[in-house]
Design a protein around this ligand. Structure first.
Ligand SMILES: [Zn+2]
Length: 242
């Protein structure tokens, strides 16, 4: 298989997803903060595809976002209402309408999402006091993760595509946004997984990875590979910021 890469979706050109993605407009700005390790390992993962699906989104890679000029501009711009998607007792649940449109006072809602594992997210937060200070929001997922290929260690670890889907449902029910293409994110996720399942079942198909998928018996769950974005209803122990 050709290893030429599409530098938009980061999949091999022969498997490029770009033609099937329609960027959808949202009022909310989605900002994906990606751990460098996540960027390296999951370059072809769902974070980048989610970004391509959302016209009003951006990805920044790094650990210390206090030193990231573009991120700081988003936080300090008085026209913005920046919040961090991070579950916990202090987080306001978008699903239950805990953030009312009137509170925005005409400002643009900017959602910061940490894209990485638990330990990665904790590190990004520890190194970025400006993110620690942001008000926090969460959501109650309408469904458990649809992940089939990555064995999710517990219910509630959602892929970035699913997280964006759930956030848009919650934002819509809160009256904060609309969700113009509600099928796209999950469709893409299902199709991506169907392809990966096919690769896992056929050792001759390496898929987008240089190494083939392991068989289910060979797979070992590493706590460090657990994704950070959990379901607020059943969160793993929230990472401490100390
Ligand atoms: Zn592509």
């Amino acid at each position: 298989m050709s290893r030429l890469t599409c530098y938009r979706c980061f999949w091999p050109q022969s498997l490029c997803w770009c033609a099937s993605i329609t960027p959808m407009p949202t009022r909310t700005r989605f900002v994906f903060l990606m751990h460098p390790k996540e960027f390296k390992h999951e370059k072809a993962g769902t974070g980048r595809l989610t970004h391509l699906c959302l016209g009003n989104s951006e990805i920044h890679m790094g650990l210390n976002f206090d030193a990231d000029g573009a991120v700081q501009e988003l936080i300090t711009d008085p026209a913005n209402f920046p919040v961090l998607v991070y579950p916990g007792p202090a987080a306001r649940n978008l699903t239950t309408g805990a953030l009312a449109p009137a509170e925005l006072g005409g400002r643009r809602l900017v959602l910061f999402l940490l894209d990485g594992t638990w330990s990665g997210a904790r590190k990004m937060l520890r190194l970025s006091p400006s993110l620690q200070k942001l008000p926090r929001v969460m959501f109650t997922p309408t469904a458990p993760s649809r992940f089939l290929i990555k064995q999710q260690p517990q219910d509630g670890c959602l892929s970035t595509l699913e997280t964006a889907h759930e956030l848009l449902l919650a934002l819509t029910s809160s009256g904060l946004d609309t969700y113009p293409l509600p099928a796209q994110l999950l469709d893409l996720f299902a199709r991506m997984q169907a392809f990966q399942m096919k690769c896992a079942a056929d050792p001759a198909l390496a898929g987008y990875r240089r190494r083939a998928f392991r068989t289910p018996e060979q797979r070992v769950l590493s706590p460090n590979r657990r994704r950070y974005i959990p379901a607020p209803s059943a969160p793993p122990a929230p990472p401490s910021e100390k």
